[in-house]
Design a binder for this molecule. Structure first.
Ligand SMILES: O=C(O)CCC(=O)C(=O)O
Ligand SMILES: [Fe+2]
Length: 280
């Protein structure tokens, strides 16, 4: 899949049949109305002004939280010059997804609810994680790893596979982001069982065959684009400009067996699983 091979205008049934149940990625345009407008509320400066007093968590290039800072302070560093060695701090502002979670983006999501829409191809029924039978709406409902991600150019998420045997959607709200994806079958090239290769600093001794495969998806996401990341797919992202994305994870009923196997294998003790299942 390349930049010139984007899908638009598919409906929920088609998405479920051809992508969700086949574990196949999808990149689509025009899913996030108004995002490309300069006065969009997702414009980073406007967003940082609106929520400037909120404390937000800042991460490294994976899921290690480094510190919490005021959004306005974080945003004021977005255009700073950086050396190549230093990782660009990455703001991952998650809505509530566990019982014990001090910092939450829920109020910001509530305020932004009229300013975006989930892709129309996304199912509105029959989710198993979170358990929602009808009228599911990622704009207003709680979802695992539902977050507003902000970073400067160069901010990135290293190659990884998402947790909970879940699928994910990421919508680009502001700026440009390069996204690559490899199928689960590429695991033998990209992972040694303990860690996954860092594509920007590849360890050729540990992962000697990684160059023998190419990513299935390599796209630049622009405002309004959405990408569907199926379960088990390796993916990495790097912002080409200051960037704002909105993302969340889920498991739909068509993949209920896969989720059940994950729970069976120990997943039921995960704090996010417990939170959404209503147990402590
Ligand atoms: O930085 C990104 O856009 C990718 C985020 C991602 O894949 C994740 O948080 O699991
Ligand atoms: Fe991810």
């Amino acid at each position: 899949m390349t930049d010139r091979n984007l899908i638009s205008g598919i409906d929920q049934n088609e998405f479920i049949k051809s992508y969700l149940s086949k574990n196949k990625p999808l990149v689509s345009r025009g899913c996030f109305p108004g995002a490309e407008q300069p006065d969009s509320p997702w414009n980073l400066d406007l967003l940082a002004r609106r929520f400037g007093n909120c404390h937000v968590p800042v991460f490294d290039s994976l899921f290690e939280m480094q510190q919490t800072v005021k959004f306005s302070d974080y945003a004021s560093t977005i255009h700073d010059e950086r050396s190549d060695e230093e990782p660009v701090p990455y703001m991952r502002w998650y809505a509530r997804q566990r019982h014990f979670q001090m910092i939450r983006a829920d109020k910001a999501f509530a305020e932004m609810a009229d300013s975006w829409a989930a892709p129309s191809w996304l199912p509105s029924e029959n989710y198993v994680f979170p358990p929602i039978e009808r009228n599911a709406d990622p704009v207003r409902d709680s979802f695992p790893a539902k977050g507003i991600f902000v970073c400067a150019a160069g901010g990135r998420t290293r190659l990884h596979v998402d947790p909970w045997a879940s699928d994910a959607v990421l919508c680009q709200a502001f700026g440009e982001k390069r996204f690559v994806m490899y199928p689960p079958s590429a695991a033998e090239f990209l992972s040694d069982g303990e860690s996954v290769i860092d594509l920007e600093h590849p360890d050729n001794v540990r992962f000697p065959r990684w160059r023998s495969i190419s990513p299935t998806v390599a796209v630049t996401l622009s405002p309004g684009d959405a990408i569907f990341i199926p379960s088990g797919w390796f993916h990495a992202a790097v912002a080409l400009t200051p960037s704002v994305s909105v993302t969340w994870n889920f498991v739909h009923e068509v993949n209920a067996d896969r989720f059940a196997a994950y729970l069976e294998a120990g997943g039921s003790t995960d704090p996010t699983v417990r939170y959404f299942q209503g147990s402590r």
